[in-house]
Design a protein around this ligand. Structure first.
Ligand SMILES: [Zn+2]
Length: 377
């Protein structure tokens, strides 16, 4: 009897300990911020959902931009974002080939190459065969392509559009792959990171691209151009992301004789701030990304043959909204995780055939649809 009582007691204690561990893991971190209102842009919607031929696609990836991140940005900005002024939206499933919760490499590869692969893989299928990315498929067909990111160039999302490596941490190999990129315009962080690469890699990259360290120098340059800013940290980079997005669009659309362009723009640091459960950080990054979205939508509005697709590679932080006062730019969020989560992410579209994304899609479907729409007769 004594033995039974002590076993029961032990069981009760272990259940209590387990419950506590469980509870601890899911204890939400709470953050709050107040931001200055930056306004938003509402297009006319004349070209939205039209049947016009698509010549250009701008794919914008908010790294870690789940629905709650969009909402936090929207409410902190007085209830508006250019992103949420759009009228076509759907949802994207982000699972990778080997994990219910994807990382940016597998999801970036899905967006770039149209396949599901394992976490950490870049431009390779689960058997480690290289798979062509959109620039590699589109350039031979007469399109010019570009990549802009507020991450380092070797970051998983930009790297998915030019590298083929079996691990995202192979930084020197990824930079070496840049010399073989099918990109007419590339910009990401940063000059100091480039300077750290081997002489062989730097020479190979310089043999391919004209390297500039100022955005003003891009205009009038012959493609391909590589613009490396001194830093991509929010505190240092100013309006790097929206300004480089605008310049990349101008540069690519000015390329004579091309059939059109494909541009990928990544707001990379929403994710990084969510990993550290920093409410003020991810909301500022969200608003910066929205300024880049505005650049793309303004161009699509003018052009009439450009489809803009804005989505995310995955959610990060399990962000929830706990409170807010939109009129004061105040928002309070909670975080259920410090890593990525599995929930579907929103996809917003503007331009011809934008209605084709009003559904649940796989991240890999988005890539295949881009190829299909750009190459349709
Ligand atoms: Zn992440």
């Amino acid at each position: 009897m004594k033995k039974l009582i002590s076993s029961l007691l032990l069981l009760a204690v272990s259940v209590a300990v387990l419950a506590q561990v469980e509870k601890k893991e899911y204890t939400a971190f709470i953050g709050e911020t107040t931001v200055e209102h930056q306004g938003s842009y509402t297009p006319s919607f004349k070209v939205d959902g039209s049947n016009a031929k698509i010549r250009n696609v701008i794919l914008m990836i908010g790294d870690g931009m789940g629905l709650a991140a969009v909402n936090a940005g929207m409410y902190a900005n007085g209830g508006e974002l250019t992103l949420t002024n759009l009228r076509s939206f759907g949802f994207v499933r982000t699972q990778s080939a080997n994990n219910f919760i994807t990382d940016s490499a597998a999801s970036g590869t899905a967006y770039a190459c149209g396949i599901k692969t394992n976490n950490n893989f870049l431009g390779m299928d689960p058997d480690q065969n290289s798979v062509p990315n959109l620039p590699e498929k589109l350039e031979p067909l007469g399109f010019v392509c570009g990549v802009v990111s507020s991450d380092d160039m070797n970051g998983a999302t930009p790297a998915s559009f030019f590298a083929h490596q079996n691990h995202r941490n192979k930084t020197p190999q990824i930079w070496a792959d840049l010399a073989n990129a099918h990109l007419a315009f590339a910009s990401a962080g940063s000059m100091p990171v480039f300077d750290k690469q081997s002489e062989e890699t730097r020479n190979a990259i310089l043999g391919k691209f004209t390297l500039v360290d100022k955005l003003e120098d891009v205009k009038g340059m012959a493609a391909p151009v590589l613009f490396l800013p001194p830093s991509v940290q929010l505190a240092d980079r100013g309006n790097y992301l929206p300004a480089t997005t605008r310049e990349a669009i101008e540069f690519l659309s000015a390329q004579k004789g091309s059939k059109g362009f494909f541009l990928m723009v990544e707001g990379a640091r929403i994710d990084k701030e969510e990993h550290s459960n920093n409410c003020a950080g991810f909301v500022r990054e969200m608003l910066d990304f929205d300024k880049a979205v505005e650049e793309a939508i303004r161009f699509a509005e003018k052009d009439g043959h450009t489809l803009v697709i804005i989505s995310a590679d995955h959610e990060t932080g399990g962000v929830a909204l706990r409170g807010g006062r939109p009129a004061d730019g105040y928002i309070q969020t909670a975080f259920a995780a410090t890593g990525h989560t599995a929930i579907t992410v929103p996809v917003y579209t503007y331009g011809p055939k934008s209605d084709q994304f009003r559904c649940y899609l796989e991240n890999s479907d988005v890539s295949n649809k881009i190829f299909e729409l750009l190459t349709a007769k």
